[in-house]
Each structure stands twice: as structure tokens, then as C-alpha cells.
Design a protein around this ligand. Structure first.
Ligand SMILES: Nc1ncnc2c1ncn2[C@@H]1O[C@H](COP(=O)(O)OP(=O)(O)OP(=O)(O)O)[C@@H](O)[C@H]1O
Ligand SMILES: [Mg+2]
Length: 257
């Protein structure tokens, strides 16, 4: 089994990266896939989003990012069946500087997660464009880009696509954008519809048909350390992330053809 590794990335903060990682991974596990989440953000929101304690020092994603820990030993089981986690730690905030001086600073994570027995690995990326994110892009086969439906949504996207192209030209030729995901869509706010139309007219089929609405159950769930699917399966948030998992899997079939 060769895992399909997916980086959830956008250098912009607060656009729904972590929420998408936690809930898409949970929906995939609910469909029966064996899934690993790697929390690469020093903020550790994906870790606490599963109600898990952050890691200590090397017993975390920091240890594998620097190639100092045995990967199997840092993987934890979550209470979601089939879903495992490599937790974040605050030490990750030093990793940018520590990676800088290493000759293989772009490929540490890729080496650490080669040959793991999972069907899918989802990486929750921190905001910004540092070596942590270059490692995530190098280690991944696919990317999902969450985009918040707000006025400045498209700002910075050109820079993100430039970075992705740079990675393709150098270290990871086969990197694919699986899709752009519209998040926090508010149907009472006409701006959301305007932004969604704008993004679709620019990026066409690259944009997932599934839209994640702004839904209080989603933020409520994360404050309880739970994916929304386990918090309130009937909520619009849960329904949308299950729908996203289906669409993601359908796109997988198209990529294989
Ligand atoms: N669809 C949604 N409906 C309501 N609240 C949401 C939704 N998606 C995300 N949020 C809330 O918005 C905030 C930012 O989301 P999230 O943490 O997923 O973004 P992020 O891109 O990971 O941020 P960062 O760049 O800081 O890592 C969180 O408080 C989250 O609970
Ligand atoms: Mg986050």
C-alpha cells in the first residue's frame, strides 16, 4: 500500500486548513479508509481538534520533520476508528531555523514518512511559506487549498501557485492540486456568493463543487476537541465534509485514469 499524501495548505492564516484536515480525515476514516493526520503547525490546532495532548519534544511531528525520531513510535491512535495522528509540539516553532542549516532540509519529512501503512496521509500545514511547508509539499502527492469566502480570498493565491510550480520544477514533479475548497461560505452575505463565483470563473473545475458553509457547529466541535461529524452528524458542517470526502475520492478515480 502506497499512501496518498495530501497537504492542506494556504499561506493565509485562518482560512480553514486545520478544520478541513480534521474533518476531511475523519470523513475518510468513516468511509473506511486508514488515515494518518500529521499536525505540522506549532499552534497544534489539529492535535487539540482531536482532543489529543500535544507532543513532547521529539515525540511529535517535530521529531520526524528533523529526522530525529522513529516515525512509527510517534504515531498515536485517536478515538476515531482507523484514524491516527502525529501530534504537534511547540518545539516546531524552532524547526524553521533548525532545518535551514541542514543540506537535505527540503526532504526530511518525505524520508520520514516513506513506507507507512496508510491509505491516506493528511498534513495540516502552518500558515506562511517556510521550510516546514516546503517539506510538506515535497512529501505530498496532492494539495488541497482551502479558501475563505471573503473579500481578500484571491489575494496571495498567485504567490501560492508560484510556490507550487517552483516545487514542481525542482523537488516534486508529480505534485497535483486536488482542488480549491471554498470555506466559511455565508449564504446570508452576498459577498460570499460574489467571491465563490469569482474563484470558479478563475479556476473552473479546479474548485471543488462542495462548499463548506459557515456553521457554528464546526467551531463548537473544535472547542470540544471533536471533529464536527462526531459532534453533530446532522449539522450542515458535518454533511458538507462528508460530501467533500466523496468528491475527493471521485476525483481520485479521475486522476488515476
Ligand atoms: N466552516 C466553518 N464555520 C464556522 N467556523 C469555522 C469554519 N471553518 C473554520 N472555522 C473556524 O475559523 C477559525 C479558523 O479556522 P482554522 O483554524 O481551520 O483555519 P487555519 O487556516 O487552520 O488557521 P491557521 O492559519 O491559524 O492555522 C477556527 O476558529 C475555526 O473553528
Ligand atoms: Mg491551522
Amino acid at each position: 500500500m502506497i499512501p496518498i499524501t495530501v497537504a492542506i495548505i494556504n499561506q493565509k492564516g485562518g482560512v480553514g486548513k486545520t478544520t478541513t484536515t480534521v474533518n476531511l480525515a475523519t470523513a475518510m476514516a468513516a468511509i473506511g479508509k486508514k488515515v494518518l493526520v500529521i499536525d505540522l503547525d506549532p499552534q497544534g490546532n489539529a492535535t487539540t481538534g482531536f482532543g489529543m495532548a500535544k507532543g513532547n519534544g521529539l515525540d511529535s511531528s517535530y521529531g520526524i520533520l528533523l529526522g530525529l525520531s522513529d516515525t512509527a513510535s510517534v504515531i498515536r491512535k485517536t478515538y476515531v476508528n482507523g484514524l491516527f495522528l502525529i501530534p504537534s509540539t511547540i518545539d516546531l516553532s524552532a524547526a524553521e531555523v533548525e532545518l535551514f542549516s541542514l543540506p537535505d532540509r527540503d526532504s526530511k519529512l518525505k524520508k520520514s514518512i516513506a513506507n507507512l501503512e496508510f491509505e491516506y496521509i493528511f498534513i495540516d500545514c502552518p500558515p506562511g511559506f517556510g521550510f516546514i511547508n516546503i517539506n510538506a509539499l515535497n512529501a505530498s502527492k496532492k494539495i488541497i487549498i482551502p479558501l475563505q469566502c471573503e473579500f481578500y480570498a484571491l489575494e496571495g493565491l498567485a504567490q501560492l501557485f508560484n510556490t507550487i510550480q517552483g516545487v514542481r520544477n525542482t523537488i516534486n514533479k508529480s505534485l497535483i492540486v486536488a482542488g480549491i475548497l471554498l470555506t466559511m461560505y455565508d449564504r446570508r452575505n452576498s459577498l460570499s456568493a460574489i467571491v465563490a463565483n469569482d474563484v470558479r470563473s478563475h479556476f473552473k473545475n479546479l474548485v471543488f463543487k462542495t462548499i463548506i458553509p459557515r456553521n457554528v457547529k464546526i467551531s463548537e466541535a473544535s472547542s470540544h476537541g471533536k471533529p464536527v461529524i462526531l459532534h453533530d452528524i446532522k449539522s450542515q458542517g458535518a454533511i458538507s465534509y462528508i460530501e467533500l470526502a466523496r468528491e475527493f475520492l471521485n476525483r481520485e478515480l479521475q486522476h488515476e485514469q
